[in-house]
Design a protein around this ligand. Sequence first.
Ligand code: NAI
Ligand code: A1CAB
Length: 282
Amino acid sequence: MSDTKNVTLPTIAMLGAGSMGRAILSGLTAPGVTVSGGIRVTNRSKARAAELAGIPGVTAYATEHDGDANRLAVDGAELVIVAVKPGMVPDLLREIADSLTPGAIVVSVAAGVTITTFESLLPPSVVVVRSMPNTPAVVGKAVTGISPGNRSEPDDLALVRALFETVGEVVEVPESQLDALSTISGSGPAYVFLLVEALTAAAIEKGFTPEQARTLVNGTFLGASELLVASGEDPAELRRRVTSPNGTTERAIAVLSEADLPSLFTRATTAALTRAQELAAQ
Ligand SMILES: NC(=O)C1=CN([C@@H]2O[C@H](COP(=O)(O)OP(=O)(O)OC[C@H]3O[C@@H](n4cnc5c(N)ncnc54)[C@H](O)[C@@H]3O)[C@@H](O)[C@H]2O)C=CC1
Ligand SMILES: O=C(O)[C@@H]1CCC=N1
């Protein structure tokens, strides 16, 4: 959890403050986390920059207001987090390349964009690390994959691990596995929310008010997740304990099994992987 950490990080520049950038920012501004040289954040709009500038320890710049915003933010920063859309990454890297501090670590969160692309557009004096976080970072429950670049040393990777541990758990994988990891944990919260939406709709169809449906469904997802993690048991065994022989759950599971969920998730994650490969080729 973010609020149990006592960690000190060097000066950080966060380029892009959308869903993911702000989720990471919530960990960096949590109690127990000290960012010694402060956090510089850039995004496109002035309105959001004004909002971000209200967070203690954050200096915010809007690119629509100041064409030098990204260059100013990275100047002197030791950790530079690239959190813009994948298609914007090459132009952004060309823009900041000459302003980066030698020895800085550039941390990508962009889906699909390879370490080779980063390293080819940046000076050899900077280090690249690729990552794939997820939005539960907002509540300190992210799972983040990190992969070393060709020039990163163990200390660099340890610093990036500490950065992402401010928002949850970290798993190190070779870059060859990072797109696959993204199809599971990067996109995964969306799969869970889709299931929540569907079960909520079913609850409302059964006559519950939207508020009752939210309590029933959100509570069930939270309770089941906590039971899964706290017990350490196999989910199939936990499912079996809900499914009384010849009972009600058995009928529901029989219907859900008609959809062949394992094959559906294999197809879904393969589609996400194909998209990551398309983004890498752009
Ligand atoms: N949303 C998610 O769950 C996850 C997203 N990612 C990655 O994070 C990155 C950002 O995604 P989201 O936050 O979802 O997108 P988003 O569209 O919410 O945010 C993009 C941000 O970039 C800013 N921006 C655009 N051009 C800029 C520029 N030239 N300089 C500085 N800032 C600029 C925008 O103002 C906005 O704040 C993507 O590369 C995505 O692949 C990775 C893991 C999970
Ligand atoms: O959908 C996307 O492309 C990003 C990467 C993983 C989650 N969101």
